[in-house]
Design a protein. Structure first.
Length: 364
């Protein structure tokens, strides 16, 4: 027994070392691995649509071509929205600065009326504007151009992975059975289908909820005449994929810009209320109803995944942290030794123990 215990301990240590090495590789080779993971998730999302086209007797090469071009054009449109917004901000920088200065004057006068003191708006504004360098917009745009340069390379890798995976996904069962053999392939195929169904179901539902949020943000900003309305809608759409904090981060910039551009206090109050209500209704009411307990992850696991994958892959890792944690949980479930960790990650532990309790009661 002691010898077997030493063997198990040694095996656990080697597994831990292997896991650390794998995640170190994930971080160091993120420019190669992250586009593949993103492409895989998008392909999983589109697989039901490809299967539908296949049932309509549309050739696979034509289906792949149509879906590939459409998806890449949509992604290119997103990049265009960000790029055009950056250009528009640069062109309207003087107007934006003047509006900020005017709002600060009004805000300081309002504070003075309450505290009965004479705060000098000039000094406060000088302090605030000195937090930014004189050419802060140029620096920001330079950083943005650098980001676009790195994104272009990642986008190329994503497109390459995407087209390859998309052409393969409809025949994944044949490929898995061929690689792993009939005996082990069936089990791996079942695991893969479970994973794909969980992830595609989550991403599809989250996409619809995020799109609804982004559309409503665009409508609200557009209705109140707030600048860069399309960008705020896109930002709400993208950041709502980040659990917990994404919706909060997505709401702050349009509120600040709306406060700067709107003149009436009542208009500002209604505008902020509409944005807040949108996030509450979609995020706290519709999202839980449609999502249910589909991902089977508890809150602690979701938060840990958000922090961990954010550290590994930055914002992109935060966007896909929940599907990645589902993938980790399903992998851990396949091994009896690590199944206890998978159960600890699950949010459905009470349901799992219910049949055991019922069985014991029936035996009594």
């Amino acid at each position: 027994m002691p010898k077997n215990h030493e063997i198990d301990l040694s095996r656990s240590i080697w597994i831990l070392i292997g896991v650390i090495i794998v995640f170190w590789i994930f971080r160091e080779l993120s420019s190669l691995i992250l586009p593949f993971v993103l492409a895989l998730f998008v392909v999983m999302l589109l697989q039901p649509f490809l299967a539908l086209l296949g049932r309509k007797r549309i050739p696979n090469w034509l289906s792949v071509t149509i879906v590939s071009i459409s998806t890449l054009l949509v992604l290119a449109a997103f990049v265009s929205i960000i790029s055009s917004t950056a250009t528009e901000v640069a062109e309207n920088s003087s107007e934006l600065t003047a509006r900020i200065s005017n709002k600060l004057d009004i805000f300081i006068d309002w504070i003075n009326s309450f505290i009965k003191k004479d705060l000098q708006s000039y000094e406060i504004k000088s302090y605030i504007f000195n937090l930014f360098s004189a050419d802060w917009i140029t620096v920001a745009l330079g950083s943005f151009a650098k980001f676009l340069g790195s994104f272009t390379g990642s986008f190329f890798m994503f497109s390459l992975y995407f087209v390859i995976l998309l052409s393969w996904i409809n025949k994944y069962d044949e490929y898995i059975l061929f690689v792993f053999g009939e005996r082990h392939g069936k089990r791996f195929l079942e695991t893969f289908e479970t994973t794909m169904h969980s992830i595609s179901s989550y991403v599809g539902t989250k996409f619809l909820m995020s799109f609804l949020t982004g559309f409503l943000f665009w409508v609200i900003c557009r209705s109140f005449g707030v600048q860069f309305a399309l960008f705020w809608g896109f930002l709400a759409f993208a950041l709502n994929f980040i659990p917990s904090i994404g919706s909060i981060i997505a709401t702050i910039p349009p509120i600040l810009i709306g406060t700067i551009y709107l003149d009436s206090g009542i208009s500002i109050l209604i505008y902020i209320s509409l944005l807040g209500m949108t996030q509450i209704i979609v995020g706290n009411i519709l999202d839980p109803i449609l999502m249910g307990n589909r991902m089977k992850l508890n809150t602690l696991t979701v938060i840990f995944g958000l922090v961990f994958w954010g550290y590994i892959w930055g914002v992109a890792g935060m966007l896909i942290s929940v599907p990645l944690m589902v993938l980790v949980r399903i992998i851990l479930e396949q091994n009896p030794t690590s199944a206890v960790i998978a159960r600890a990650m699950s949010a459905t532990h009470k349901r799992r123990f219910a049949p055991i309790v019922n069985k014991q009661q029936s035996e009594e």
